[in-house]
Design a protein around this ligand. Sequence first.
Ligand code: C2E
Ligand code: CA
Ligand code: CA
Ligand code: CA
Length: 301
Amino acid sequence: AKDAGGNRYELADPDSDARAIDRHSLTNRLPAALERDEFFLEYQPLIRMSDGHVDGAEALVRWKHPVHGLLGPDRFIPLAEHTGLIVPLGRWVMEQAVRQACAWHEERNNAGKKKGRAKGKGKDASEGDRRPLRVNVNLSPRQLHHPDLVPDTVAVLEAAGMAPSSLCLEVTESALIGADEDELKPLRQLAELGVEIALDDFGTGYSNLANLRRLPATTLKLDRSFTRGLQQHPADPADVTFVEGIVTLAHALGLAVTVEGVETEHQASKLRDLGCDTAQGWYYARPGPPSSFQQGFAVLP
Ligand code: C2E
Ligand code: CA
Ligand code: CA
Ligand code: CA
């Protein structure tokens, strides 16, 4: 099921009847899968474009299905969202990811001590690298509207002793479209506690600027479809203009910009020149096990 190219778990299944049956059996299996620990997380680094350092990582869930093998989230997250299992699954993801971030933090601190680096009290450039790695966790719409989101998140952070600012919750722009003040309240509360909020797949959801202004977001994650045109040499001028405009707007609103789907060096340097703050993509690293970060706190290519 897993092709040789890496992290693409999608099973080729052109037969839609087989697909429907598959969906049904996958759906039925979800609760047991959670109980039997069949889910696991991979992590993909987020790179600070100014200096190439790893700023954090996005947690991406996978399912080790006993019959179908490794399944990517596109196969089962929509099913879990539909049945509501996404709530306990999402909580599990957050718990795992926060624990992992704490483990990395400790590792890095220990590595720092070994090097005999003095623990600075200021916040100069080198102090920036002592900061805990941030971990990004995807939230589905159902989780967003669940009454336990805030208490669950606070409980997970407290149990791990992690600063709220080391957690970034990724919410798709489309999940927030049309949300009224009441529906935004939980996110706003989390943001006030210091949790970072990223608008995922930004640019695909038709949100207007007025909407953007009232969302409690701290980061825009520009969808892959907008960075694709920058792979070409020379880059597609329309895409350059678009990214430039988004970066200007985001920075004017006090938001950071993360770009997804960075696959080539050309794309990376172009996006850096355009002022993007953070990048994620195969050019830097594919999603991988937590161990791929053990030496990965330093500069990547
Ligand atoms: P997303 O949040 O937009 O995550 C980024 C996706 O792009 C990931 O796919 C990642 O592997 C892929 N990707 C990263 N770099 C590159 C690149 O350079 N080129 C290309 N072509 N792709 C790249 P993945 O892991 O299959 O996840 C798919 C989607 O599933 C995610 O999209 C997210 O919406 C959802 N998802 C994953 N984990 C979770 C989770 O724990 N909870 C929820 N609710 N959704 C999740
Ligand atoms: Ca995401
Ligand atoms: Ca995304
Ligand atoms: Ca996506």
